[in-house]
Design a protein around this ligand. Structure first.
Ligand code: UDP
Ligand code: MG
Length: 345
């Protein structure tokens, strides 16, 4: 037998076994990032109590549900109010981040603290209607590993809607993987998928993109996205801009490839022009020193363009390596009961 050294770091979803699809004692964790949402809390917790009431859980075959509330460094009373509710018996964990790390960081923290059979992620402002989780559960029972919400209609600020519309299409166009359109972080995931996501080491996390990247059986669950139930949006324009650039950069190196192509073409054109210039210099009425200076500058430009091209190739690969995504994700292994010995040897 060969003693093989360990291969590249791989991700194996089997480290967290999935529950049986027809189980009636499922556990469910619901990750909710909250940032300055004090106006929302009563509405949110009231609605959650309704949608996840004991009799509904029993009907859905869910034994217990737990809310994982991630306080993303709120400066209002959000954290205090939530802690009070938990002391008062609310089945929830409150994870308080030390400052405002942003929605994506909060989602990541929530997933790291989840350990149920099924984990859902939803916004605190009821724009992700909690009852849709039951449609997602139905999709999971039929074999989906990830059921993600897809917005049929979206309400609110026209400019933002247009921005999101364009953003999802741009990221999907640039992305090297098949990224579903009009889907945010609202989803229900099997434990195996959460485990795979948690094994991805990259720090700048674009969660809806990573979720698509890990693969598995993914199903879209359409829903109408209502307007925010109370309070102001917590995504400022600068946060949206960061989400957009992070999203594009984390899912694609195509912008870099485009820059590379441009520098390569520019370099070739400059060289071509230089040869023409030198070849026809005798017929040109340009003083020698000027011609010489021009040739020098153009040569420099061509060299720079090619250097950029080469740098781009290495920077792109460095970036892909630094992200540390594994080369593959194992979903399942089906193996024979025992290794067959060859009877003829
Ligand atoms: N959020 C967060 N940290 C932030 C900004 C937002 O945890 O820095 C949470 C917020 O409390 C909400 C969710 O992320 O639960 C979505 O935020 P918002 O509703 O403002 O986004 P929009 O619906 O406008 O895209
Ligand atoms: Mg919202």
């Amino acid at each position: 037998r060969l003693d093989l050294p360990p291969g590249p770091p791989s991700v194996d979803a089997r480290t967290a076994a999935s529950a049986s699809r027809d189980a009636t004692d499922l556990t469910l964790d619901i990750v909710i990032p909250v940032y300055n949402e004090e106006e929302m809390l009563d509405l949110l917790l009231g609605r959650l109590a309704q949608v996840f009431a004991p009799e509904v859980l029993a009907r859905q075959g869910v034994a217990s549900v737990r809310f994982i509330l991630v306080d993303d460094g709120s400066r209002d009373a959000t954290a205090r109010l939530l802690a009070e509710r938990i002391r008062g018996g609310l089945q929830a964990r409150l994870i308080r981040l030390s400052r405002n790390f942003g929605h994506q960081g909060a989602v990541c923290a929530g997933l790291d603290h989840a350990d149920a059979d099924l984990v859902s992620v939803m916004d605190a402002d009821l724009q992700d209607p909690p009852e849709v989780v039951w449609d997602m559960l139905a999709a999971w029972r039929q074999g989906a590993d990830v059921a993600f919400g897809r917005r049929r209609r979206r309400q609110g600020n026209v400019l933002k809607r247009l921005g999101y519309w364009g953003f999802y299409r741009l990221v999907a166009f640039l992305s090297e993987i098949n990224l579903p359109l009009d889907t945010g972080d609202f989803c229900l995931m099997d434990r195996g998928v959460v485990s795979a996501l948690r094994q991805l080491p990259e720090n700048l996390r674009f969660s809806r993109g990573l979720r698509a990247w890990v693969g598995f059986q993914q199903v879209a669950v359409p829903f109408d996205r209502p307007a925010r139930a109370a309070g102001e949006p917590k995504y400022t324009w600068s946060k949206l801009y960061r989400l957009a650039t992070d999203g594009i950069a984390s899912m694609s190196t195509r912008p870099l490839q485009a820059a590379q192509l441009a520098s390569f073409l520019f370099g070739v054109l400059t060289l071509l022009f230089l040869f023409l210039l030198v070849g026809f210099s005798r017929h040109l009425d340009v003083p020698r020193p000027f011609l010489f200076a021009y040739v020098l500058i153009a040569t420099g430009n061509a060299v720079l363009a090619f250097c950029l091209y080469i740098l781009g190739a290495y920077v792109g690969r460095t970036y892909l390596e630094v992200k540390g995504r594994p080369p593959y994700v194992v979903m399942e292994r089906v193996e024979p009961r025992a290794r067959q010995e060859n009877p003829h040897v």
